[in-house]
Design a protein around this ligand. Structure first.
Ligand code: HEM
Length: 270
């Protein structure tokens, strides 16, 4: 852990030095990214809560750690679930061909016109929340929840994994069935308590909007641009769906799949 922390710190020091050099050297400097914005704040003497260099590094590390693995893991689960139910690829590509056509890639602006892709993402987050028990809470006062007495100071975990598979809330909860969300208002923004992949309340994920866009547009492009299948000898029902619990909840065995392009060749060249 210490070795890793040192390595990461070396990288962050380099990122900050690089950004500071540009701030100093460029005549008409304008901030271009999040590190620039944080360094601008750190150099503001009037800030009520002073931001120091180590704070800028911590923020940057948080954004990298929180914003990369979570999205990648969700996309990998979505493709895994689809490979187990290959008939759903057809529904997704029908929508993509109708809305986007075959002559271009999907952009962020297209997402509101792709309700089936959105439904696949919600269904994936219902069954595979990245943080299955969110971040631990602490009861600030004695209270009663569902008839249980919770003492002030108790550490409380909200098990969103179990809520997402509760038969009292979901019909056939073990089935991956994106259509359950089509035409429904239920969202992942922390108001519908049966679906809380980003948590809820004041400590809800601050990156949820970015995270959602990254997942939706990456998944949409992976489905639009490629035909997916399992390697020859693996049947959909044999695909292992074990997960491992850690900082996030990825597949225990990384997914292996075969892809073939489904758009005109020139779209794949840089
Ligand atoms: C698929 C994408 C993501 C998922 C599923 C996800 C999920 C979560 C969850 C469940 C929490 C805990 C919320 C709670 O306990 O109520 C959290 C916290 C957090 N997330 Fe995300 N996240 C995602 C993307 C991102 C992105 C893109 C960023 C930043 C760029 C980010 C940064 C953070 C940070 C900094 C926290 C801690 C907030 C705090 O403790 O106050 N996350 N995230």
């Amino acid at each position: 852990m210490k070795v890793l922390s040192k390595k990461f710190d070396g990288f962050l020091e380099h990122v900050l030095d690089e950004h500071n050099a540009r701030r100093k050297d460029e005549k008409n400097y304008v901030s271009q990214d999040m590190v620039d914005v944080l360094l601008d704040l750190a150099s503001d003497p009037n800030l009520e809560v002073k931001l120091e260099r180590h704070g800028v590094k911590a923020f940057t590390q948080d954004l990298l750690a929180g914003g990369t693995e979570s999205s990648a893991v969700t996309v990998e689960w979505a493709i895994s679930e689809l490979l187990k139910k290959p008939e759903l690829f057809g529904k997704a590509t029908e929508e993509l061909d109708r809305v986007i056509g075959q002559s271009r890639w999907v952009t962020e602006k297209d997402i509101p016109d792709l309700p089936y892709i959105e439904a696949i993402v919600k269904e994936t987050m219902r069954m595979h929340p990245v943080a299955p028990m969110l971040v631990p809470r602490c009861a600030r006062e004695d209270c009663k929840v569902a008839g249980y007495d919770i003492q002030k100071g108790t550490r409380v975990l909200v098990n969103v994994w179990t809520i997402g598979r509760d038969p009292a809330l979901w019909e056939k909860p073990e089935e991956f069935y994106p259509d359950r969300f089509v035409g429904k208002d239920i969202d992942v923004k922390g108001h519908d308590y049966e679906l809380l992949p980003f948590g809820s309340g004041r400590r809800m994920c601050p990156g949820y909007s970015l995270g959602l866009k990254v997942i939706q547009s990456n998944l949409a492009n992976l489905l639009h641009g490629y035909k997916w299948k399992l390697p020859n000898d693996v049947k959909p029902e044999e695909l292992d769906m074990d997960e491992i619990f850690g900082l996030s909840t990825p597949r225990k065995i990384p997914l292996v799949a075969i892809v073939e392009p489904r758009l005109p060749r020139h779209l794949y060249s840089l």
